[in-house]
Design a protein around this ligand. Sequence first.
Ligand code: IMP
Ligand code: MG
Length: 178
Amino acid sequence: MSKLKPENIETLISRDRIQSRVRELGQQITRDYKGNELMVVGVLRGAFIFTADLIREIDLPIVVDFLQVSSYAGTETSGVVRFEVDLGHSIEGRDVLIVEDVIDTGLTMRYLLDHLKLRNPRSIKICALLSKPSRARVVVAADYAGFEIGDRFVVGYGLDFDQHYRNLPYIGAVKEPL
Ligand code: IMP
Ligand code: MG
C-alpha cells in the first residue's frame, strides 16, 4: 500500500489531452527525422508508458533501447546521477532521441546528455513529456516538450510516488498539503 491515498490525487492532465499531445509530438518527430532511422532511448522507469505510446505515433524506421539512472539523497535529486542499467546497444553514429518522463531540476538530463554525447552519436535530442521550469537548477531545454507544469509532484502515466500509481491512465498531482 502506498502512503499516498487516492483521494489525495487530483487530475492535472487528462488521458485525452495526453493522447493528443503525444500524437502531435510523434508527428513533429516524424517530420524532423524524415529519411533517417531514429534510435529512441527511454529512461526507465518513469518513461516506459510515454515511450510505448510515442513510438506508435512515429512513422519512421526506429530502434528502441532503454537505460535506467538513479539520482539520490532522499526525495530530492542530489545531482549525483548513476547508470543503474546501461543501454544494450551502441549509439555511435546514430540519431538518438532520449525520451524522459519529466525534467524537474534538470540535473538528470544534464548528466545523461553529457555522458551519452561522449559515445559519439550522430545527433542527440530530448523529448520530455513534462517539465517544471520553476524548479530548474540547470537549464536543459527539451527539443520536444509535452507540457510545462508548476511546482507539483505528479504521478501516473508511468510516473510514481514511491513506486506506486504508475498505472494511472492520466497525470495526477498530489494535493498539498499531503
Ligand atoms: P531531475 O534530475 O530533478 O530533473 O529529476 C528527474 C527525475 O526525477 C525524473 O526522471 C523522475 O524520475 C523524478 N521526478 C521528478 N519530478 C517528479 C514528479 O513530480 N513525479 C515523479 N517523479 C518525478
Ligand atoms: Mg525518471
